[in-house]
Design a protein around this ligand. Structure first.
Ligand code: FAD
Length: 125
């Protein structure tokens, strides 16, 4: 949600409120990596450098099944070289990603984080 507000604010100076029912940022990770398209979007928002220093870049992704070590995914992000600067996977715990986005939102006076608020309905005017 914070990334969408960063995007709107950057594009058109739109003021945004980031509403989330949770009262605080996650302290545990529910995801392990950011992929090239997400990184491209974060680059356009000016956030990617802060994420890179908080994570670890990898040019290769290989997933194996635990039971028999069979390779399920074997992907070289170098194949993206001609089409993107974000030709890598960034290993970063989701709670760290969330904190970096939150801190960027806090530094932007057009974005107001509102944690601990539940959206019950949305009505048109
Ligand atoms: C086990 C698992 C591992 C994953 N690993 C990866 C990974 O490594 N890399 C990757 O790119 N993706 C991963 N994903 C997918 C990724 O987590 C989701 O695609 C991403 O979180 C979706 O973002 P979102 O902002 O749309 O939703 P969410 O991250 O789910 O955020 C929605 C937010 O809205 C809030 N909310 C919901 N209802 C209300 C309401 N009524 N009022 C106020 N607030 C509300 C919730 O509290 C929540 O914080 C993984 C997903 C799972 C389940």
């Amino acid at each position: 949600m914070a990334s969408r507000s960063l995007s709107a604010s950057r594009r058109g100076g739109v003021r945004s409120i980031v509403v989330d029912q949770k009262r605080e940022l996650d302290t545990h990770s529910r995801a392990i990596a950011l992929f090239p398209r997400t990184l491209e979007i974060f680059r356009s928002l000016g956030v990617v450098e802060d994420l890179i220093v908080s994570g670890e870049q990898s040019s290769h992704l290989r997933l194996r099944r635990a039971s028999d070590r069979k390779t399920l995914i074997d992907f070289d992000f170098g194949t993206y070289d001609p089409i993107t600067q974000c030709n890598y996977l960034l290993a970063i715990p989701q709670n760290r990603t969330e904190r970096v986005l939150f801190e960027h939102a806090q530094r932007n006076d057009r974005i107001e984080p509102a944690y601990g608020m539940l959206v019950r309905s949305i009505r048109g005017r």
